[in-house]
Design a protein around this ligand. Structure first.
Ligand code: SAM
Length: 464
């Protein structure tokens, strides 16, 4: 295609797809909002679109491959009409050179440069190839009202961007930059607006929500800490933020993800237990049950410390569900390490979890300095073992709900049966039940009659 033939004056429709984590879904809403406010039109129809945006993820090579395959599938569109392809998000950082050498991609834009999208698209329409990757120490998009689909009742809201943890396997600090916390008052304001618009649940997002800290202006976490000690200012940490939100928006359910075991404080656990509108679920990635591997991963906690945190959570919030991320086959992981992960899982008996096998990411410490020395077939075997074990534990946990009454926020129609609603209880467990006269957005009481490893089934009852 000759990019110069792009008709700059015609109505421009963009189509956007998102890959990877919840953070990317949240970023999508920011990107859509920026484009709609700058004269672009959103379409869900590829045939209408003349701008195609893929909001990418580079956390594992599989996701990266999925995005590249998707691009190959979409490339026929370039033969049919003048069309721009843009890569947004994490992959745009790590792959910019390859992308721009390739005739398929017109521009790549990193996670901190979304405000530049309208101008970059306009320049691309004139034939320029552009890569705007820039790591900001300030950008939290707190002045952008994210675009949220109508009739939705749950929303994501990013409270921090980037990550300072430097886990040796993780590409996030390199693609999303240093950690920045967002102004708490803009978070509260956005939650209030969401509630007024009919949203009933908000999930606060961050790579490590527990390290949220605010002392009065945007900035890098470390710099903030330095100021706290030198200026002794009042700060708002994650426990205070949760407390403020729970009080200010008392009828809104509040969730958060992801917690880091190293940073989760007692105060956070106490605040969760204190407020009925803060959901009783903690996603607490452990990654491995072996101290040797945790050290190699630079996770900054030991197996003992992790387990005592779990104990603390269970003693302060007995009804709290706990989920995990576990990675198998990390550098130097031997059978003993793997068995330690298995024994940790047996000790905790998580409600559910996300499991991955190690995927070396260029630029990370483990990629540069450690050997990816666990053979692929062993990684796969270990992964299957922990997936099977998690299934047993999920079933063990689900069984406990039989005969119990659960308060469920209705989110939508069950995918398997249009006569059923689905919703979640406070522990983030999906529950399906006959629709009766209930409506989306209502909180109803459901008696649990049956279960699978991932879903509870029940019937609606009157509240006594
Ligand atoms: N920030 C969170 C943390 O570190 O606890 C999670 C972030 S990451 C988006 C989600 C999960 O992806 C991680 O918890 C980890 O299990 C997995 N992950 C990250 N890098 C990976 C890699 N190089 N290979 C395989 N899995 C990876």
């Amino acid at each position: 295609m000759n990019e110069k033939k792009f008709n700059v004056l015609k109505k421009n429709f963009f189509y956007i797809e998102s890959y990877g984590c919840q953070m990317n879904i949240s970023d999508n809403e920011i990107v859509i909002s920026i484009l709609l406010n700058n004269g672009f039109f959103l379409t869900e129809n590829l045939k209408i679109a003349n701008i195609i945006l893929l909001n990418s993820c580079s956390i594992r090579s599989k996701v990266e491959l999925a995005i590249k395959n998707r691009l190959q599938k979409l490339k026929y569109l370039k033969k049919e009409k003048p069309i721009l392809f843009g890569i947004l998000g994490c992959l745009s950082n790590s792959m910019k050179k390859n992308f721009l050498d390739n005739n398929l991609i017109n521009f790549t834009i990193g996670p901190d440069s979304y405000k530049k999208i309208p101008s970059i698209i306009r320049l691309s329409m004139k034939g320029e190839k552009i890569s705007h990757i820039f790591s900001s120490k300030k950008e939290t998009y707190n002045n952008i009202k994210p675009f949220r689909k109508k009739n939705k009742i749950t929303a994501f809201l990013s409270i921090t961007r980037g990550c300072d943890n430097m886990c040796t396997f993780c590409i996030v600090p390199f693609t999303r930059g240093r950690e920045i916390s967002r102004d708490p008052y803009s978070i509260i304001k956005e939650c209030e607006t969401l509630y007024k618009k009919g949203f009933k649940e908000v999930t606060l997002l961050g790579q490590n929500v527990d390290s949220y800290v605010w002392f009065g202006s945007d900035g890098l976490k470390k710099r903030i800490y330095k100021k706290i000690y030198t200026e002794n200012k009042k700060i708002i940490d994650f426990s205070k933020l949760l407390d403020l939100l729970a009080i200010e928006i008392p009828f809104m359910r509040i969730r958060f993800s992801t917690s880091n075991p190293h940073d989760m404080s007692n105060k956070v656990i106490e605040v969760i237990s204190k407020h009925s509108n803060i959901c009783k679920h903690i996603h607490l990635p452990v990654q491995s049950g072996s101290d040797k591997i945790l050290k190699l991963m630079n996770r900054k906690y030991t197996r003992k410390q992790y387990l005592s945190l779990i104990q603390k959570i269970k003693s302060i919030i007995p009804e709290c569900s706990i989920s995990h991320d576990i990675m198998t086959g990390f550098c130097n992981e031997d059978e003993k390490d793997h068995q330690e992960t298995i024994s940790l899982m047996n000790e905790v008996k998580y409600n559910y979890g996300y499991m991955f096998s190690y995927s070396p990411r260029p630029g990370t410490y483990s990629y540069n300095k450690l050997k990816d020395n666990v053979p692929e077939f062993i990684k796969k075997k270990r992964l299957q073992e922990i997936i099977d074990l998690q299934r047993d534990h999920s079933i063990f946990q689900m069984k406990k709900y039989i005969g119990k009454i659960q308060e469920v926020l209705i989110e939508g129609e069950s995918k398997k049966n249009n006569q059923y609603w689905y919703g979640k209880n406070t522990q983030n467990i999906v529950i399906v039940f006959p629709k009766k006269t209930y409506k989306i957005g209502e909180t109803v009481f459901i008696k649990i009659m049956d279960y699978t490893s991932a879903t509870l089934m029940g019937i609606g009852i009157e509240k006594k």
